[in-house]
Design a protein around this ligand. Structure first.
Ligand code: ADP
Ligand code: MG
Length: 242
């Protein structure tokens, strides 16, 4: 069984057809990097996987559960898929620990006593064990993004979606976030990343998916796709990133 199964996915915004028949299978534990030009539909695909956008036609299954835009509650969805964004979106008026504990308490109705040890362990695992009581504004961008990762993991999703999560960071802070992702990958998390970090995609990722004009134009083993692109469009895209 695939962890993520997308069939013939279409999505338009008004007259703008953004996803034009996406078929995608992702196995448990795979690390899939989605690359492509700005406007090619990468974020829209991820947002459909998290139901932040509802697709027009086609189907999405995550962990064997069909997403159809209505049947699944926020609580059910959050057990299948978590998402992290370029802007960390932490709640600024809640301490770091509260940020991590909020969703399990509010969405899942768990008690503070049950959630707190898990939140502390998650912060520890992203290297921020001592920041439980800090305010988000006291942290660097890289630290805030690591809190956002811990917050997403607090719901124990089966798949983690990351949309350019290092793009807003100062260059010297990118590595600490990528290292957390790498650890998750090694631990067997299924990761789907929209990224410009080609070295990460090549070294940590198992597969690269190149999107072009709303379609998957080329995909395959990460090293093969990045080292030996087959289509002119991917060759051109890769040249533009060097
Ligand atoms: P990428 O992430 O690859 O840069 P996006 O998925 O963000 O691409 O955008 C693809 C296209 O969809 C763009 O033309 C963008 O303007 C359009 N688009 C994305 N989100 C919306 C929206 N909420 N409303 C209208 N158009 C959108
Ligand atoms: Mg995008």
């Amino acid at each position: 069984m695939s962890m993520v199964r997308v069939d013939a996915l279409y999505k338009s915004f008004g007259a703008n057809q953004v996803l034009k028949g996406i078929d995608l299978r992702i196995q448990e534990g795979e690390v899939v990097s989605i690359i492509g030009r700005s406007g090619s539909g990468k974020s829209t695909l991820l947002r459909c996987l998290n139901q932040l956008e509802l697709h027009d036609s086609g189907s999405i299954e995550i962990n064997g559960k069909r997403l159809d835009g209505e049947a699944m509650s926020a609580r059910q969805l959050s057990e299948h898929v978590g998402m992290i964004f370029q802007s960390f979106n932490l709640f600024p008026h809640r301490r770091v620990g509260e940020n991590v504990m909020l969703a399990p308490m509010v969405v899942r109705g768990e008690s503070r006593e049950a959630v707190e040890p898990r939140a502390r362990a998650l912060l520890e695992s992203v290297g921020l064990g001592e920041k439980f009581d800090a305010w988000p504004g006291q942290l660097s961008g890289g630290q805030q993004q690591r809190v956002a990762i811990a917050r997403a993991l607090a719901m124990a999703p089966k798949v983690l979606l990351c949309d350019e999560i290092t793009s807003a960071l100062d260059p010297e802070l990118v590595g600490e976030v990528l290292r957390v992702l790498e650890k998750l990958a090694v631990d067997g998390m299924t990761l789907v990343l929209v990224t410009h970090e080609m070295r990460f995609a090549r070294e940590v990722g198992s597969r690269v998916v190149f999107m072009h004009q709303g379609k998957i134009h080329e995909q395959g083993d990460a090293k093969r796709v990045l080292d030996d692109p087959q289509t002119p469009e991917l060759k051109q895209f890769l040249a533009s990133t060097r």
